[in-house]
Design a binder for this molecule. Structure first.
Ligand code: DNO
Length: 349
């Protein structure tokens, strides 16, 4: 297992020099942030990224993410052009020697929370999701009201996108995903890159949009769309862990045995519900005791199958007065990295 840490490029408030001081962390997870979605990454844009990371004494182990243009997910008539650009980015990443690319296939929105600074009893703040708070967002005013959503859409653009999505249901999304995979997996294989889809977060439909990468059945179906080692998973314990029916250690056992887990996102979540039974979850400290994720079970399953891929501590809380990008401060993620390494050492035979 390789312990890694996400870095949002030169604009990140957490400098590479600080990441380097976390014991055992040698790998970086990052992306090219200065090329518009849908355009191909160039050799130079990738080299600027790898140079900055190499110069800090670290190495780029995973690209997270090459964004998938909305027209690919929608299956729009011009999708081939965007798939070609995605493949070109993939070739550049492969040429730079980066072994894994993480991406997602969620319509319009990536991960979604309703509160990015929910106060916890210990004085920290964390990310929280609530169905009830979701139902109060008014998308007719664009994405402005959504907490921290990085892809800002004005009211008209968002309205048009939502209208296009009314014609694509979950089965349509599966078809568009298959069409995409059939074209990108051979390219990934040819440049020695493993693809790792990120599960939908949360793993259920939001705003009436389809979401399909949700549970064990979906992951099996996904892997069978293109049954090739380069077509694999980012196993995110936090995303999958908010569904009680997802038995995470059993899922890791199944997919790691098939060598189809190419990247691990480890974080813990605590499920709760309001008086009416609506879903709520909080992101909690990484150790198993704090939430519903059996982290020991997950890492033990990985160890049993000799997992050699990258792992990163996913979101952390804001602690010790730190300010910054929600979920991506230094301190709590560093604690997570240390916990995960201790656990990993403990589950080795
Ligand atoms: C959230 C992340 C996701 C992830 C993408 C992958 O913190 O896990 O935004 O990077 O879904 O494409």
């Amino acid at each position: 297992m390789k312990m890694t840490f996400r870095w949002y490029g030169p604009a990140d408030r957490v400098p590479l020099a600080h990441i380097r001081q976390i014991p055992g962390v040698h790998g970086i997870v990052s992306a090219v942030y200065d090329v518009p979605v849908g355009d191909a990454w160039t050799r130079d844009s990738v080299a600027r990224l790898t140079d900055a990371i190499d110069n800090a004494g670290l190495s780029l182990q995973v690209v997270e993410s090459i964004p998938v243009h909305e027209h690919i997910k929608l299956g729009a008539p011009d999708r081939d052009r965007y798939i070609d650009a995605w493949c070109e980015s993939l070739r550049q990443v492969g040429a730079a020697g980066v072994p894994v690319v993480c991406y997602n296939f969620m319509p319009i929105f990536d991960w979604m929370r309703t509160d990015l600074a929910h106060p916890m009893p210990d004085g920290s703040t964390t990310l929280t999701y609530s169905d009830e708070a979701m139902s109060r967002f008014d998308l007719s005013r664009g994405t402005g009201e959504l907490p921290g959503w990085s892809m800002a859409y004005d009211a008209d653009t968002l309205g048009a996108l939502l209208a296009q999505w009314r014609t694509v249901d979950a089965e349509g999304l599966w078809e568009n995903l298959a069409y995409f995979l059939e074209r990108v997996v051979p390219v990934a294989a040819s440049v020695n890159v493993k693809l790792a889809i990120h599960p939908d977060d949360p793993p259920w439909s939001i705003f009436g949009l389809p979401r399909v990468i949700t549970d064990v059945h979906a992951l099996r179906r996904f892997l069978s769309l293109v049954d090739h080692p380069a077509n694999g998973l980012t196993f995110c314990t936090g995303s999958l862990g908010v569904l009680a029916e997802n038995d995470l250690p059993a899922m890791v056992d199944e997919f790691a045995a098939q060598q189809r887990i190419h990247f691990m996102h480890c974080r813990n979540v605590k499920r709760r519900s309001d008086v009416l039974g609506a879903r709520i979850f909080d992101e909690v400290p990484h150790p198993s005791a704090h939430g519903d994720v059996n982290m020991r079970g997950v890492l033990a399953a990985l160890a049993r199958h000799g997992y050699t891929g990258s792992m990163r501590p996913d979101h952390g809380r804001m602690i010790w007065g730190e300010e910054g990008r929600a979920g991506y401060g230094l301190y709590d993620r560093a604690l997570g990295a240390m916990y995960l390494q201790g656990l990993w050492e403990g589950v080795q035979r």
